[in-house]
Ligand binder design. Structure first.
Ligand code: FPP
Ligand code: MG
Length: 281
């Protein structure tokens, strides 16, 4: 699988090198191809199990990573974050105006790749993309208010982070298997929500050296972080994460092959991330 993930990184590098941003800011290529590839890996594993050829899954995985990267470029502007993927955040590197444009460019590169591999997927993506923006907007509204309930917190992260995991999970499914696509979509929402809870803890406990991104500095977002909301609501985050991961697994039980691949993915790629920060909760 590692070799196929490398193919995704190579495609990302090639497409971003081809943009006008790369000549002045070569670091932007490293940024775009330098993520953990969690979402790409999910696309690739599910694609293989569902009989999709690599000529379909590799570009699809690259498109998902480009959308993720675009959202991070914009997110770092909103959050004033200065470090990402071990590099200066894109707005620090190229200035805010250029970084807005770079994020837009990544987003449109993703749309072009998706149109090339399966135009029908654009419809699915447009729904998920709106949800990501809705999640970020709800978060901004709550930031103004100060603090949120656990239910409001879950709603925000399900949208802002869950939606792209939902797309990564649902998009490899052939269109004639709608039941499976729907359950994978819902499993993706649960997985992304669990991941974001852990990421909020990592933000506070991990430190920049571990995460490669700005860490725990953002007082503005403190009221909408799992760390603060779980403590205020006297909830155990590890239990909440466990419930979400369990929900995802249960949804996939009717498809044993998919269930097995999902379980391996969660064990290999997600639980390790989560255990870095929530083992002692
Ligand atoms: C990280 O959250 C950010 C997101 C999960 C989504 C950001 C989405 C947008 C800015 C909307 C624009 C979307 C597109 C597709 C261009 P975080 O700040 O909690 O995590 P962090 O610690 O990684 O910054
Ligand atoms: Mg952020």
């Amino acid at each position: 699988m590692q070799a196929v993930v490398e193919q995704v990184r190579n495609l990302l590098s090639a497409r971003v090198t081809d943009t006008p941003f790369a000549a002045r800011h070569p670091e932007c290529v490293r940024f775009a191809a330098g993520g953990k590839m969690l979402r790409a890996d999910l696309v690739l594993r599910l694609g293989r199990t569902l009989g999709r050829p690599q000529s379909f899954s590799v570009p699809l995985a690259a498109a998902v990573e480009l959308i993720h990267a675009a959202s991070l470029v914009h997110d770092d502007i909103l959050d004033g974050a200065t470090l990402r993927r071990g590099l200066p955040s894109m707005w620090r590197l190229m200035g805010t105006a250029n970084a807005v444009l770079f994020g837009d460019m990544l987003f449109f590169l993703a749309l072009r790749i998706l149109a090339e591999c399966d135009g029908e997927l654009l419809k699915l993506l447009s729904g998920m993309g709106c949800r990501i923006c809705e999640g970020e907007y709800l978060q901004e509204l709550q930031v103004e208010k100060g603090s949120v309930s656990w239910e409001d917190y879950l709603k925000i992260v399900r949208l802002k982070t869950g939606a792209l995991f939902a797309f990564a999970a649902a998009s490899p499914v052939p269109p004639d298997r709608q039941d499976l696509r729907r359950e994978l979509e819902l499993a993706g929402y649960a997985l992304g929500t669990a991941y974001q809870i852990a990421d909020d803890f990592l933000d506070v406990r991990g430190g920049c050296a571990m995460t490669g991104k700005s860490s725990g500095q953002d007082r503005r977002l403190a009221g909408v972080s799992a760390v603060v909301v779980a403590e205020k609501c006297r909830l155990s985050p590890i239990q909440e994460v466990g419930k979400l991961l369990e929900e995802a697994q249960i949804r996939l039980r009717p498809w044993p092959e998919v269930h097995a691949v999902w379980s391996h993915y969660v064990e290999e790629r997600i639980r390790s991330q989560i255990s870095q920060c929530v083992s002692d909760l």
